[in-house]
Design a protein around this ligand. Structure first.
Ligand SMILES: [Zn+2]
Length: 329
């Protein structure tokens, strides 16, 4: 999208998806949540730590699991006026520390009080459980103010959960734990020009007036000479592979099933390589010095993005001499 001053902007998500192992203590806690039950662990000094950990603050190993709750007391809280996408509730709610009955410590969770005026330090709350539980802290949907009705619902969920599990809760060993950061990328003037040219199947570099080096993408200044480098020049959509890497390990964001080839290609007329993909050749045939050309996306898929080039493919011409590429390595 176009931002102010014709500079391109785009939403961006930086995300790491990985699976976390829980260990026996937290694994048991999560298993208990699946059974709509809250548990802590006994500490060396006789307290009850909730949520449980392997060690207490003195460094002593914790002991046996101890049932707590279901009710508890709000010890402190903060009101969320505008919930965000990842929050547990879509309407205003409180993040609160809740000290469950029988616990020595308070746990952080959401309280759905309905209204800011209903939130108070010292108020009693009970859990509201999700119907579908997977062994996650989100199985506990939130806490709600305690009343005869909500207390009876919490107790009924707990006894039904215990019946479903039949024996002691099965510990959770692994669970997916994605970490994501959403933000807006601003391309800046020179990168915006470069990206817009992609929509017209053109590749634009920026030439330094002093050393004549052509930067790709254009940077607006030459970091070597310290002078403005805003003369734009078109470079060819073909060039020579300087280095490459064969990706053999699958991951979520992979563009193709492995194996596939990532290349650094020095385009004719440019002094810095472009990073892209190489197809049309077996991975074991990839080599430095190969001559390749861009495969552009169909016209209706062209846009201000590097994805306007789908990948590179070999031209079939004889390889370049090492001398031709060594200064670009
Ligand atoms: Zn320069």
């Amino acid at each position: 999208m176009d931002g102010d001053d014709g500079v391109l902007e785009a939403p961006y998500r930086l995300e790491y998806t990985y699976t976390r192992s829980t260990g026996p203590v937290i694994g048991r806690f999560l298993g208990a949540l699946r059974a709509a039950t809250l548990e802590g662990v006994r500490t060396a000094d006789g307290g009850v730590l909730v949520p449980p950990l392997e060690y207490d603050t003195s460094g002593e190993a914790t002991g046996e699991a101890v049932p707590v709750g279901p009710g508890g007391v709000v010890t402190t809280w903060a009101w969320v006026t505008e919930p965000r996408r990842e929050h547990p509730l879509a309407r205003p709610f409180a993040w609160a520390l809740v000290k469950l009955d029988g616990a020595s410590t308070a746990m952080l969770h959401a309280v759905d009080a309905g209204d800011l005026a209903a939130m108070k330090t010292g108020m009693r709350v009970v859990p509201r459980w999700r119907d579908e539980r997977t062994g996650s802290v989100r199985d506990l949907a939130c806490f709600v103010p305690e009343s005869p009705l909500t207390l009876s619902e919490a107790r009924s969920a707990e006894s039904k959960g215990a019946r479903d599990e039949r024996t002691a809760p099965e510990p959770v060993a692994l669970f997916p734990s994605p970490v994501a950061l959403d933000y807006t990328v601003t391309a800046g003037h020179h990168l915006s020009t470069y990206l817009r040219a992609m929509k017209e199947k053109r590749i634009v570099g920026g030439r330094c007036p002093s050393c004549t080096k052509v930067y790709l993408p254009p940077r607006g200044a030459c970091p070597t000479c310290g002078v403005p480098a805003d003369a734009l020049v078109d470079v060819a959509d073909h060039g020579v592979v300087t280095t490459f890497c064969v990706i053999r390990i699958p991951f979520d964001a992979a563009p193709f099933p492995p194996p596939y080839i990532a290349i650094a290609v020095i385009l004719e007329g440019a002094d810095l390589p472009m990073f892209h993909l190489l197809r049309g050749i077996a991975p074991e045939e990839a080599r430095m010095g190969m001559r390749v050309r861009a495969v552009w996306a169909p016209d209706d898929e062209l846009g201000p993005t590097l994805a306007s080039i789908k990948w590179f493919e070999p031209t079939g011409e004889p390889d370049a001499d090492t001398a031709e590429i060594e200064r670009h390595l």
